[in-house]
Design a binder for this molecule. Structure first.
Ligand code: MG
Length: 258
């Protein structure tokens, strides 16, 4: 099943499900009891939102060897873990804002794992049971600040730096998925989840060994080589082949209190 969050033509916001280009409402708790309504709208009629509202977004650094190498970094022997704040999350079609503090904001096309059951100390051989589904993510990064700061919180934590979507697919097979990053229609990144240094079960086992994973939490599984700059006016896409395309425009942020 493909889960979305969406705003219906009458303004109502809630969870929904997608089949083909039709959307229907879902009532109840997606992680517990729920009921699907009829597929009553087309995708064009509704506004898709980030498909999940995670309480935490966990990033994994250098999880593709060719990306580690493009930054002259070693392939890690232990997963490199960081957090992105939930305030960074935006949905499909929402604008990535280039903050005035950075001159080098880059795209990172990634497969995102959305946690369902969660828990602590999840063994790798039971980790698939902890997953709700998969979506596309852009781990937007201010590369200059990442290199300048002692850690990555600011570089990866700006508002709008975590586009997710367009939907969470609960049937998707993530083990040999193609991850594609495009800017203005041009392919910049292409890799296979086969290349990951640490597999999804290994990542779930590692992260849950120190941090409780909860329903709706998101793990960004790392990016293949080819990361590069985003400029105002660009349209950036992350496609997970067979899952969907996450498309976001890019604009300058003007510093102002909101
Ligand atoms: Mg990344």
């Amino acid at each position: 099943m493909r889960w979305v969050r969406f705003q219906a033509p009458d303004g109502t916001i809630g969870y929904g499900w997608v089949e083909g280009d039709r959307v229907g409402p879902v009532k109840g708790d997606p992680f517990d009891e729920y009921e699907r309504g009829p597929l009553q709208w087309s995708l064009e009629e509704v506004r898709l939102l980030a498909p999940v509202l995670p309480r935490k977004v966990i990033g994994i650094g250098r999880n593709y060897p060719d990306h580690a190498r493009e930054h002259g970094a070693e392939v890690p022997s232990v997963p490199i873990v960081f957090l992105k704040p939930p305030t960074a999350v935006i949905g499909p079609g929402e604008t990535i804002l280039l903050p005035p503090q950075s001159r080098q904001v880059e795209h990172e096309a990634e497969l995102a794992v959305v946690i369902g059951r969660g828990g602590r100390w999840i063994p790798a051989d039971q980790a698939w049971d902890a997953v709700w589904g998969y979506t596309a993510a852009n781990d937007v990064t201010a590369r200059d600040l990442q290199q300048r700061d002692l850690q990555w919180t600011r570089a990866k934590g700006f508002d709008t730096f975590c586009p997710l979507g367009p939907w969470v697919d609960t049937e998707f097979d993530p083990t040999e998925a193609t991850v594609i990053g495009r800017v203005n229609g041009e392919v910049r990144q292409m890799g296979s989840t086969r290349e990951m240094v640490f597999s999804i079960p290994q990542l779930i086992a590692f992260v849950s060994s120190f941090m409780r994973l909860e329903p709706g939490d998101v793990i960004l599984t790392g990016t293949p080589a080819g990361v590069g700059p985003l400029r105002a006016g660009d349209v950036v896409e992350v496609e997970i082949e067979g899952l969907g395309v996450l498309r976001n425009p890019v604009a300058e942020e003007r510093a102002m209190a909101r």
